[in-house]
Ligand binder design. Structure first.
Ligand code: ADP
Length: 371
């Protein structure tokens, strides 16, 4: 097994398409790392550079402390699982899984042993004689994973492997891949555009935007301590709410945006971080799930209060997403997640609280998190 290190890794397509700008990431042995970001952010490019399928334009790539920039894909000891499965339709499941080993001239007995072992792990033993077209999407994806498994590579790479599956199967396969990771204790690098997949699967997540690594962190740290407004908005569902306003100084510091006004308690270190912004615009960020109805729920923590006007309520089982606006700001919509039993009506005004520890502020220009 292996660690993987990206040092100022860069990719330029043609003359001037900068797909990856100086990515620095360290992936530890046995870690499950997810590369996530919106379409076109460069995640496939990064994965393909690690696989050796894409030439590296700058920087260094290390697998187990050996520089592999110029090592061919087949000598990197990695295996990749693709979104479209890339199975050979005329071969059986057994032959598909055995193919890579045959090419590498493994002895027949060892091929059989490895394929049977992988089939057992993946629940494919009853299907070894079938052809891909006789199998479901989930089973085909399992064969594709099996083909990587038999190679016993140092590193597994997954390129959006679940995109072609329906929602229910996706959830099931994501659990299976996690289980496989635990069982194999292998280094895995997984690409997805789906932040929920990233959050549920990754030990560590690399968030990319426009070819630039925004943050490398654990799922909970990305959620609670995002480095900037992009990460804050990308991670979490429904997304974080953002409201632009200004920091004012009266007796204490206050955040003000139209009719929204709340004091920022002096004792918080928030205060020090926000002081340089007095008289300046800032973006206030607050998550839908951290707002609570002051009349119905209690919190032991110090909170700030805001009056909100409900527009539309969307019940989703036990919870509801309530879309609302602030008085005098009808054109801006925010979300508040509540117990669906509260059954709010349109135009109802309620007071919501937000624990002060949940307040987030971002610089309007750089979009970096201030506090
Ligand atoms: P993602 O996987 O995050 O959707 P990609 O890595 O596929 O993003 O692409 C990153 C950027 O590089 C995009 O702007 C894309 O248009 C560009 N790109 C990808 N492949 C090529 C290529 N072969 N030639 C030119 N530009 C490319």
């Amino acid at each position: 097994m292996a660690n993987v290190e990206l040092k100022k890794l860069k990719k330029v397509y043609g003359k001037d398409v900068l797909a990856i700008k100086e990515a620095d990431v360290f992936i530890e042995d046995k870690e499950f790392v997810v590369l996530v970001g919106p379409s076109g952010c460069g995640k496939s490019t990064l994965l393909r550079m690690i696989a050796g399928l894409e030439e590296i334009s700058g920087g260094d790539l290390y697998i187990d402390d050996a520089r592999v920039n110029d090592v061919s894909p087949k000598d990197r000891d990695i295996a990749m699982v693709f979104q479209n499965y890339a199975l050979y339709p005329h071969m059986t499941v057994f032959e598909n899984m055995a193919f890579g080993l045959k090419l590498r001239k493994y002895p027949k007995a060892e091929i059989t042993q490895r394929v049977e072992e992988a089939a057992k792990v993946l629940g494919l033993t009853p299907y070894l004689d079938r052809r891909p077209k006789e199998m479901s999407g989930g089973q085909r994806q399992r064969v594709a994973i099996g083909r990587a498994l038999v190679r016993q590579p140092k590193v597994f790479l997954f390129d959006e492997p679940l995109s072609n599956l329906d929602a229910k199967l996706r959830v099931q396969m994501r659990i299976e891949i996690k289980r496989l990771h635990k069982q194999l204790q292998a280094t895995m690098i997984y690409v997805t555009h789906d932040q929920i997949e990233a959050m549920t699967m990754g030990d560590k997540i690399v968030v990319l935007k426009d070819g630039i690594v925004q943050q490398v962190d654990s799922p909970m740290n990305l959620f609670n301590n995002p480095a900037n407004k992009f990460v804050a908005g990308f991670i979490g569902s429904p997304s974080m709410n953002f409201l632009q306003g200004e920091i004012e100084k009266t007796e204490e510091l206050e955040f003000v945006s139209g009719t929204v006004r709340f004091g920022i308690p002096n004792e918080l270190n928030l205060h020090d971080k926000l002081s340089p912004y007095i008289g300046q615009p800032v973006t206030f960020g607050f998550r839908p799930e951290y707002l609570y109805d002051k009349a119905k729920e209690k919190s032991k923590q110090l909170s700030v209060d805001m009056d909100i006007i409900i527009d539309v309520t969307e019940p989703v089982g036990s919870e509801a997403y309530n879309y609302f606006h602030f008085k005098g700001q009808e054109d801006l919509t925010f979300c508040f997640r509540s117990d669906s039993a509260y059954d709010y009506q349109s135009n109802e005004t309620i007071t919501v609280g937000l624990d002060v520890a949940r307040l987030r502020f971002f610089d309007v220009e750089t979009e970096n998190r201030i506090a």
